[in-house]
Ligand binder design. Structure first.
Ligand SMILES: Cc1cc2nc3c(=O)[nH]c(=O)nc-3n(C[C@H](O)[C@H](O)[C@H](O)COP(=O)(O)OP(=O)(O)OC[C@H]3O[C@@H](n4cnc5c(N)ncnc54)[C@H](O)[C@@H]3O)c2cc1C
Length: 412
C-alpha cells in the first residue's frame, strides 16, 4: 500500500469487507450521475457520502427548483486555468442528455431566462430520478459514511477505510465538490486526496458570490438595500477584462444580484469594478436632455434608474434640486462620466458561506480531458466541481457535473 490520508496507525488492516469495480466518493450531482451511468454499464459501483442527506446542493439550487442545465452551454461559459479542458466532455455529453433524463422520469421543466432550464415543481424530483437511475444500475449507496483513509494498492486499485469498514475498488472517483456552503457538508477532502497523490490544486476561491465593501465607504448606499436594476458591469484587469449585462442588487453590506455573482468569479482583490448605472445612455443623449428640461437632477436621473438610487447619487453632488437646464455642459459631462463608469472597490467577498461555487480546484493539467483520470495515477478520477472548471451563473455548473461524470463513467 502507498499513500494514506490518515496516519498509518489509524489505517485498519485485514481484508476488505467488500470489493467493487468503482468506488465513488461524493453523492452530489456528479457522483450520483457517474454512479448511475457506470452501474448501468455493468460496473459494480459503491457510492459513499459522509453527509446525512443526499445531494443537498441539488435540493437548495435554483431556489428549490434546480437550474439543472443551460441550453446555450459553450466552453466560453467556464473559467479554468486551462480553458480548453472542458471542451471534450461538454461536447460529448450535452444539455440534451440531461433533458432526456428528466423527460424519461416525466419531470416538468421550463426555460426561465437565456437558456436556463428549471424543474417546474421541485429539485427533489431530480434527486429522486438520479437515485432511481442508481438503483437501476445496482449501485450500492452508503450514506452517511465518512472515509477515514485512502490507500493505493499494488499493483492497482484503491483501498478505503470507512466508517462502515474497509472497501476496495479498482477505480476511485472523487466527486466531493468544492468548498462553498460548508454548513451542508462541503469539505476540502477532494483536494487532500489530490495532494496525497501528488496532483496539483489551483488555489480554491469563492465564486458566484456577493461582494462586500468597507462599511464607512458603503454607508451612503447601505439604505439602498433591496434596490435592483439592470447594468453593464466590467472588471478592470487580472483574468482578462470581463463584461456582463445583468441585474445588480444593493444589499446592506455591498452588492449582489446576478451581475455581481457573475463578475465575482473574475474579480481579483484590490481591483475596482466598473458599472454603468445609466443603462447605456450616451453622453450626447445626456447633454441633449438638458435642453429646456425643467426636471431636477434627481428627477432626471430617476428616468434612468430606480428613484431611491437616483436620489442618493444626486444628493452626493450637492445639486440634487438644480434644474437640468441650469447645468453647464462641463458639469453634466463630469456627472455622466461618474455614473456611466461608476467605479467601486470591493473590500472582499462574503466568503464560502455565501458563495454558490468554488473557482480553482484539481489542476486540469494533471487530468485527461476525455476521461477525467489523473494522468500519473491510473484508476484515480476527479469529476464535478472539485475540478478547476467553474461555470457562469445559469445552469452551467450542473452541466459540468453531468458532462464530466459521463466522460468518467464511459471510461471506467
Ligand atoms: C445555493 C446554491 C445554489 C446553486 N444553484 C445552482 C443552479 O441552479 N444551477 C447550477 O448549475 N449550479 C448551481 N449551484 C452550483 C452546483 O450546486 C454545484 O456546482 C454542483 O452541485 C456541483 O456538483 P458536485 O457533484 O461536483 O458537488 P456537490 O453537489 O457539492 O456534491 C459533493 C458531495 O460530496 C460530499 N462530500 C464532501 N466532502 C466529503 C467527504 N469528505 N467525504 C464524503 N463525502 C463528501 C458532499 O456531502 C456532497 O454530497 C448552486 C450552488 C449553491 C451553493
Amino acid at each position: 500500500m502507498v499513500g494514506s490520508l490518515a496516519s498509518p496507525t489509524s489505517a485498519r488492516t485485514g481484508p476488505p469487507v467488500a470489493t467493487f469495480d468503482v468506488v465513488i466518493v461524493g453523492a452530489g450531482a456528479a457522483g450520483l450521475y457517474c454512479a448511475a451511468l457506470a452501474g448501468q454499464r455493468g460496473k459494480r459501483v459503491l457510492l459513499l457520502d459522509h453527509w446525512p442527506k443526499v445531494a443537498e446542493k441539488i435540493r437548495i439550487s435554483g431556489g428549490g427548483r434546480c437550474n439543472f442545465t443551460n441550453t446555450q452551454t459553450r466552453p466560453e461559459h467556464f473559467l479554468s486555468d486551462n480553458p480548453h479542458f472542458c471542451k471534450s466532455a461538454l461536447s460529448r455529453h450535452t444539455p440534451r442528455d440531461i433533458i432526456a433524463l428528466l423527460q424519461k422520469h416525466r419531470i416538468g421543466f421550463h426555460e426561465k431566462h437565456r437558456g436556463q432550464l428549471f424543474c417546474d415543481d421541485s429539485a427533489e424530483q431530480l434527486i429522486a430520478a438520479l437515485l432511481a437511475e442508481c438503483a437501476a444500475g445496482g449501485v450500492s449507496h452508503w450514506q452517511p459514511c465518512p472515509v477515514e483513509a485512502v490507500e493505493a494498492c499494488a499493483p492497482g486499485g484503491f483501498r478505503l477505510h470507512t466508517a462502515r469498514g474497509t472497501v476496495q475498488g479498482e477505480a476511485l472517483v472523487i466527486a466531493t465538490g468544492g468548498l462553498s456552503i460548508p454548513q451542508i457538508g462541503a469539505t476540502p477532502w477532494g483536494y487532500q486526496v489530490a495532494a496525497q497523490f501528488g496532483i496539483p490544486v489551483v488555489p480554491p476561491r469563492p465564486a458566484l458570490v456577493p461582494l462586500a465593501f468597507d462599511p464607512a465607504q458603503w454607508a451612503p448606499f447601505a439604505d439602498l438595500s433591496g434596490v435592483s436594476m439592470a447594468v453593464d458591469i466590467q472588471t478592470e484587469a487580472g483574468r482578462g477584462s470581463m463584461r456582463f449585462h445583468e441585474d445588480l442588487l444593493f444589499t446592506h453590506r455591498g452588492l449582489s444580484g446576478p451581475a455581481i455573482l457573475q463578475i465575482s468569479s473574475y474579480w481579483q482583490p484590490g481591483h475596482p469594478l466598473h458599472i454603468d448605472l445609466l443603462g447605456g445612455l450616451t453622453l450626447a443623449q445626456w447633454l441633449q436632455s438638458k435642453q429646456g428640461n425643467r426636471r431636477t437632477l434627481a428627477g432626471e436621473l430617476a428616468q434612468h434608474m430606480p428613484q431611491r438610487l437616483a436620489q442618493t447619487l444626486a444628493a452626493q453632488t450637492q445639486a440634487a434640486d438644480q434644474r437640468m437646464a441650469d447645468f453647464s455642459d462641463a458639469a453634466l459631462r463630469s456627472l455622466w462620466q461618474q455614473w456611466h463608469d461608476w467605479t467601486v472597490l470591493p473590500s472582499g467577498t462574503l466568503g464560502w458561506r455565501k458563495a454558490e461555487v468554488t473557482a480553482g480546484g484539481v489542476d486540469t493539467r494533471a487530468l485527461s480531458s476525455t476521461t477525467m483520470m489523473a494522468r500519473a495515477v491510473p484508476g484515480l478520477y476527479f469529476i464535478g466541481e472539485v475540478v478547476d472548471v467553474t461555470g457562469w451563473l445559469g445552469g452551467y455548473n450542473f452541466q459540468w457535473a453531468w458532462s464530466s461524470a459521463a466522460a468518467c463513467a464511459l471510461a471506467l
